[in-house]
Design a protein. Structure first.
Length: 305
């Protein structure tokens, strides 16, 4: 490692440790979790050597280990390694979605490890305990309310059961959002530093398309779920189908935004999407995404634009 690279590494390690301390103290933890991978990503792009990137990641592990808490090491396992994967992806010029996917895999895999070391429970036990505590709390509140609120309490309990069922999907979504935001913020900072982000720029929204193949998976999954009705299989299928449904919702949102963008009314398009989601019309957005998978509406919209 050259002197300049060593100096940059020391600066980035100091920044990482500062963000870690703020995160560990509970100072805007959501924002800090987005920013934690940034020093490693910036260092990766400026240095461009995989060995130096890995050495900085090891330095982050050592720095957080000095705090004497396994939680610090687990934090770096998630956010530090996530930043390392994104940084290596930028240096190696991985396609945008490959870079995101690889980082999401790291984030999702680190989650059960974090749960185990923090609580001593595996994911299933942790979810059972969490939902049990929430249900007890809801029941205690229900006992103090008039009978008119019974329907609301039952709906809340069904929502808790659904959340427990879809917990793997929720973890994947949280990991994806965390990686996406960290990657986006890193690119913005690199632009401010005068580093051209062309080789690791985002994929054009027009090119993000799921395709019709996953619809077959949805149909087959629904058939298996109906015929077999095995709890473990149902649990897996429900989460797989939920993720596929959300992908088509995302595709529908893209089509709506492209439609309004082609008419120079992107603000109205964003407002339309928000209102449709809030009013429970996501099924119509999903259907639009599925139709786009077959008939490729977006190409027509881009041509019109």
């Amino acid at each position: 490692m050259k002197i300049r690279s060593l100096t940059n590494a020391a600066v980035m390690l100091s920044m990482y440790m500062l963000l870690f301390v703020l995160y560990n103290m509970g100072v805007f933890p959501t924002i800090m979790s987005i920013l934690l991978p940034i020093p490693i990503i910036i260092y990766s792009v400026t240095v461009g050597r995989i060995r130096d990137i890995l050495l900085l990641c090891i330095g982050c592990f050592c720095g957080t280990f000095l705090f004497g808490s396994i939680y610090g090491v687990i934090t770096t396992l998630n956010y530090g390694v996530m930043g390392t994967i994104i940084g290596i992806g930028m240096v190696k010029s991985w396609p945008y979605w490959q870079r995101i996917l690889n980082a999401v895999i790291i984030s999702v895999l680190s989650f059960p490890i974090t749960i185990y070391f923090v609580s001593g429970l595996n994911v299933k036990e942790s979810v059972t305990q969490m939902t049990g505590e929430i249900e007890v709390m809801i029941q205690s509140i229900a006992n103090t309310l008039p009978s008119d609120y019974t329907a609301i309490i039952e709906e809340l309990q069904r929502s808790i059961d659904l959340m427990a069922t879809l917990f793997p999907t929720i973890v994947i979504l949280m990991g994806t959002m965390s990686v996406f935001l960290s990657d986006t913020v890193a690119i913005l900072i690199l632009k401010k530093l005068g580093i051209s982000p062309l080789k690791f720029k985002k994929q054009n929204i027009h090119n993000i398309q799921v395709g019709p193949t996953l619809i077959i998976v949805l149909v087959i999954g629904q058939l298996i779920k109906t015929v077999l009705s095995i709890p473990t299989v149902d649990y897996i299928l429900i989460n797989v189908m939920a993720i596929i449904n959300m992908l088509y919702v995302l595709q529908g949102i893209i089509v709506i935004l492209l439609y309004f963008k082609s008419r120079s009314k992107i603000g109205l398009g964003i407002l339309t999407v928000i209102l449709m989601l809030l009013l429970g019309f996501s099924i119509f957005i999903e259907m639009l995404g599925i139709m786009d998978a077959f008939f490729n509406y977006r190409d027509k919209l881009v041509l019109e634009n």
